[in-house]
Design a protein around this ligand. Structure first.
Ligand SMILES: NC(=O)c1ccc[n+]([C@@H]2O[C@H](COP(=O)([O-])OP(=O)(O)OC[C@H]3O[C@@H](n4cnc5c(N)ncnc54)[C@H](O)[C@@H]3O)[C@@H](O)[C@H]2O)c1
Length: 379
């Protein structure tokens, strides 16, 4: 425990990453307060979730409201800011309202009200890399541009070299010195990061931004089924259905366990070397989407699964996303749990929940209707 910080506020603390971070802080002797608006679809009827520890002080309110922040920030020494709007639907302004305005309001109030907050940790995302870093056989290291609609319609999934157009590129790991956010969510996440690191620095509010990869583990909401292969594939497995695997299933993804993310949040909160820095928080080993589906099939005993990609694609999706975790490892952090452990724990948790399995089909249909899922099915 950092003896300078006693009470820590976690925004979005009733959610997946927030509640695990709360558990870790409590186990280390911190007082924990949560600011959460208990919004749908993650929460039902504005109720606090059962998994939130009874010792957590609770403020029901929104990060878009100054008065809610004021109430939540009373007597707080550190803030872990996780509350966010997350989806890939085209309601763009809501990303600015919740994610960008919410974060700016936090810094505005710390400055205006001269609050004694000593550290802020803000949740960013691996999505800020956009298509990310590749090696071109002709041009060396390049940052790929967004993929062309014509390529995707022709099922040519790999991004092109921005210099020569070559499509045979080798994916490389992304390090924190680059970003190219390419959708409403990642633009808002990178703006949150800039707010924390630049405004934080200008006003001497020590801050860190954490670029999480795909976070997995128990309590990940199964109601918000627009994205997230863990919940989608596990829901399909348990409902007797087969998952939709977009593109050709060879997309490389980087999965990190929520316990490791909670540990990274607390490390960034406590370690002064993390001030005004951003960090990747990833699993350290890439898996293809098909490999991940196979893990889910193994864990859930779905030997019958014919894992055939559909040839559909999601607008603005990245082809490969792998984070370089060297920078955070230099502070003493490392990933400790595998995707197989995350799937095993998630499936065990899902079995204790009252799940409406119709949600996966409904969300796929909604994404298609809103233009977020395109391409024709191969099967
Ligand atoms: N889960 C991932 O794989 C992942 C990956 C990268 C980044 N992130 C980031 O991590 C953070 C936490 O994600 P999570 O997976 O725990 O999500 P989650 O949906 O489980 O939790 C988010 C919480 O924020 C609350 N919330 C939403 N809007 C709010 C508002 N206006 N005011 C107050 N509370 C509000 C929700 O009620 C919810 O409890 C987010 O900032 C997200 O962008 C998550």
């Amino acid at each position: 425990m950092n003896t300078k910080l006693k009470r820590v506020l976690i925004t979005g603390g009733a959610g997946f990453i927030g509640s695990h971070t709360a558990d870790l802080l409590l186990s280390k002797g911190y007082q924990v307060r949560v600011l959460d608006n208990l919004s749908e679809p993650v929460h039902d009827n504005g109720q606090w979730p059962d998994y939130l520890d009874q010792r957590v002080e609770r403020v029901k309110g929104s990060v878009t409201e100054a008065n809610d922040w004021r109430e939540a920030l009373k007597g707080v020494d550190g803030v872990i800011h996780l509350a966010a709007y997350q989806d890939l639907l085209p309601n763009f302004s809501r990303f600015a309202e919740t994610n960008v305005k919410g974060t700016m309001l936090l810094y505005e109030l710390i400055v205006q009200d001269k609050l004694p907050v000593q550290k802020v940790v803000v949740a960013s995302s691996q999505f800020v890399y956009g298509q990310g870093k590749y090696e071109c056989p002709k041009d060396g290291v390049v940052f790929a541009k967004d993929r062309l609609e014509a390529d995707l319609e022709a099922k040519q999934w790999e991004p092109r070299c921005p210099i020569c157009g070559e499509q045979n590129l080798k994916p490389l790991t992304n390090s924190e010195d680059h970003q190219d956010p390419s959708n409403q969510y990642s633009i808002s996440k990178f703006t949150q990061e800039l707010t924390a690191l630049k405004i934080g620095k200008n006003y001497n509010i020590p801050s860190s931004a954490m670029r999480y990869s795909i976070v997995q583990g128990p309590r990940q909401s199964f109601k918000n089924a627009y994205s997230g292969v863990l919940r989608l594939f596990c829901l399909k497995a348990l409902s007797g259905d087969t998952p939709s695997i977009y593109e050709d299933g060879q997309q490389l993804r980087d999965y990190v366990h929520v316990d490791d993310v909670a540990a990274a949040n607390v490390l960034a909160l406590e370690d002064e070397r993390a001030n005004y820095e951003n960090y990747n928080v990833g699993g350290g080993k890439p898996y293809t989407v098909l490999e991940f589906a196979q893990i889910v099939a193994d864990v859930t005993g779905r030997k019958d699964w014919q894992l055939e990609p559909t040839g559909q694609y999601r607008v603005g999706d990245t082809r490969h996303s792998i984070s370089d975790i060297t920078k955070l490892k230099a502070l003493g952090w490392k990933p400790t749990k595998t995707p197989r452990e995350a799937v095993t724990e998630y499936v065990a948790w899902l079995k204790t929940q009252d799940v409406d399995f119709g949600i996966v089909k409904q969300s796929e249909e909604l994404m298609k209707k809103m233009g977020a899922l395109r391409g024709s099915k191969d099967n």
